[in-house]
Design a protein around this ligand. Structure first.
Ligand SMILES: Nc1ncnc2c1ncn2[C@@H]1O[C@H](COP(=O)(O)OP(=O)(O)OP(=O)(O)O)[C@@H](O)[C@H]1O
Length: 594
């Protein structure tokens, strides 16, 4: 849960585009704070008609790339899970942020953010609480809301999970999942069957996650309910290798930990292939998914000049994560995390195995059966019973473990075991010790996990922010969103020039044709034509089709087609219009070619 000063600014920093974007988003139906009729509630946002459509298109594009094209499965698990799941995952004990509450105005703030925003510390999250308290006192930091001093105020750990009860009463606590990933890990014993026990395989999920953030901020960038798109990719660490060839030439901007730590460190422009070769990206699987993600981000409309992969600093990384990189986008001069790519080892599956007692392994068949020597014991119970009484079974278990670990212990006349701190000698002949040859077809292994974890809301925000443009058309200021046709909520605006039965009849036919071709259409017959264009420009509609008097006068029925970014216009016959626009949407044709 890192949030660095160099990657995220304070709320009061001047953010011209963000401010204008948030206003546009509300006015045009992209997103707005929820429950406004009741005063609004912090950290919850509703996606309006345009936003829901954009978000859905982004999710579809993610599904196409990370589930369908990669051959991974998709699941849809519940958002509430029982307490033992989060005991196992570590969220119950460790999913905390540092909370400081102002005694004067009762405003809650994240203590680490307070320190990062107002001192030279860049990674206060990794400091122990007493040190954070010291820094707050030393720097005489004050409440961001009312300005009261916070020098003597205690900092506490605050668990970010939303708690609830499953069923009546409180005997069965549950939590709203703080990440979609646990829904995949918990079902692993069944999911591996669907994958026919063959590694590697991947499972994706797109769904809501909940975090009771102490101070949600920057509109949909830090909310309390948000959407994640996660892939858990399970591999055999000994044998599976990614298809690095496929992404070797992908050009990337990397900001490795070494550069972040260096005095004059800088971003590195390289390719995935070279970065792996030079050891900049330590794990090949992580490198592979960075290579898949970069062109995908480009395709959905993230500006590649304002995009980079930043490696986690050692203090930021979970202890089990071998390598971790974030995809970051630049927003008004600051970098925000859009996704994390982590090599998580066998941590998650081992924890769930330990806590649930279920099998979180995959049976790995050897190419050829192996003959192995196994040391076994078959103790003489008529001897152990009288000798050890109620402890006889414990002695058997000790002997079994010892035979597996240290055969040499059985080489003499007697063997020594330890029981509750006391040492006992047994005649070897009474243990039934033997070494046998066994043929084994394979072994049970715990797969390792590579996790690309995307935040959909932050991506939607970035796509809108990077698409935001202002220019002047015919002496008038214009705002438009240069959204990629693949994700734009509406593809074509259709306007009859005037309220006229003949024009409207043609417009209706055009709408029917285009909708039949699967294109999303906005029909607008109100206001002057310039204003209708502006409305569509502001929501990022790539094309507008106007039905005017030439349409009905000409022998061939033609319409004006206007392109959003250039505002260039051309006349096209209604016949074949749907095919032409579909070809543009698919990327098979450029507007300039018309
Ligand atoms: N409160 C939030 N609001 C919106 N999106 C979020 C939030 N927390 C996490 N995400 C998204 O989920 C993705 C994966 O979650 P992860 O646990 O790696 O985030 P994180 O490192 O805790 O984020 P942060 O450091 O910003 O709190 C993030 O990259 C981000 O896009």
């Amino acid at each position: 849960m890192s949030e660095h000063q160099h990657t995220e600014p304070t709320d009061d920093a001047a953010e011209p585009t963000s401010e204008k974007l948030v206003e546009l988003a509300k006015r045009r139906g992209y997103f707005f704070q929820s429950s406004g009729a009741y005063g609004g509630v912090g950290g919850f946002y509703t996606f309006g008609p345009q936003g829901a459509s954009l978000k859905g298109n982004v999710e579809d594009a993610w599904r196409d790339r990370f589930a369908v094209a990669e051959g991974n499965m998709e699941i849809d698990a519940p958002t509430i899970m029982p307490e033992p799941v989060f005991e196992a995952s570590g969220h119950l004990d460790g999913f905390d942020d540092m909370l400081i509450e102002c005694p004067e105005c009762e405003t809650s703030s994240r203590a680490d953010h307070l320190v990062e925003d107002n001192t030279e510390y860049e990674d206060a999250e990794s400091l122990p609480i007493p040190e954070v308290e010291e820094v707050i006192a030393e720097h005489e930091l004050v409440c961001p809301e009312c300005g009261s001093g916070l020098a003597d105020v205690a900092v506490e750990n605050f668990n970010l999970m939303f708690a609830t009860n499953i069923g009546p009463g409180d005997s069965d606590p549950g939590y709203l999942r703080p990440e979609t990933a646990q829904g995949i890990f918990v079902e692993f014993p069944r999911l591996k069957e669907y994958a026919r026990n063959q590694l590697p395989f991947g499972v994706t999920q797109i769904g809501r996650a909940y975090r009771n953030e102490i101070s949600p901020r920057r509109s949909i960038i830090r909310t309390r309910e948000f959407t994640q798109a996660e892939l858990e990719f399970f591999v055999d660490p000994e044998e599976d290798e990614p298809d690095l060839e496929a992404v070797a030439d992908v050009a990337v901007t990397l900001y490795p930990a070494s550069e972040q730590n260096a005095e004059d460190g800088d971003e590195i422009r390289t390719t995935i292939g070279d970065a792996v070769e030079e050891g900049i990206i330590g794990d090949e699987w992580v490198a592979y998914f960075l290579g898949v993600a970069k062109p995908w981000y480009d395709a959905v409309g993230v500006d590649m000049d304002r995009f980079r992969f930043r490696q986690h600093l050692s203090g930021e990384r979970a202890h089990y994560a071998a390598d971790c990189w974030d995809a970051e986008s630049e927003i008004d001069g600051n970098w925000i995390e859009m996704a994390g790519f982590a090599y998580r080892g066998d941590y998650d599956l081992s924890k769930h195995a330990e806590h649930s007692g279920d099998r979180f392994t995959v049976f790995k068949q050897y190419d050829e059966p192996k003959t192995v020597e196994r040391a076994t014991v078959d103790p003489d119970m008529s001897y152990l019973g009288p000798e050890f009484g109620g402890d006889a079974q414990a002695v058997v278990e000790k002997l079994e473990t010892l035979a597996g670990r240290n055969r040499a212990a059985f080489e003499g006349e007697s063997v020594e075991i330890e029981l509750e701190g006391e040492s006992h000698e047994l005649p070897v002949e009474k243990t039934g010790f033997a070494v046998e040859e066994q043929t084994e077809a394979g072994e049970h292994i715990v797969p390792h996990v590579v996790e690309p974890s995307f935040g959909v809301d932050r991506l939607v925000y970035t796509v809108l922010h990077h698409a935001y443009r202002e220019d002047e058309v015919d002496g008038e200021e214009r705002t438009y969103l240069e959204l990629e046709p693949e994700v734009a909520p509406t593809f074509v605006g259709v306007f009859p020039l005037q309220s006229d039965d003949e024009l409207e009849a043609v417009a209706d036919d055009v709408v029917d044709d285009l909708r039949e071709a699967g294109l999303s259409i906005a029909y607008d017959d109100s206001g002057n034509i310039g204003r209708r264009y502006r409305r569509q420009d502001e929501v990022g509609t790539p094309f507008c089709v106007t039905i005017d008097y030439e349409t009905v006068e000409d022998e061939e029925t033609t319409v004006t087609v206007r392109e959003r970014d250039t505002t260039d216009q051309t006349r096209l016959p209604v016949d074949g219009l749907a095919e032409t626009l579909s070809a543009i949407r698919e990327g098979d044709l450029e507007f300039e070619e018309l």
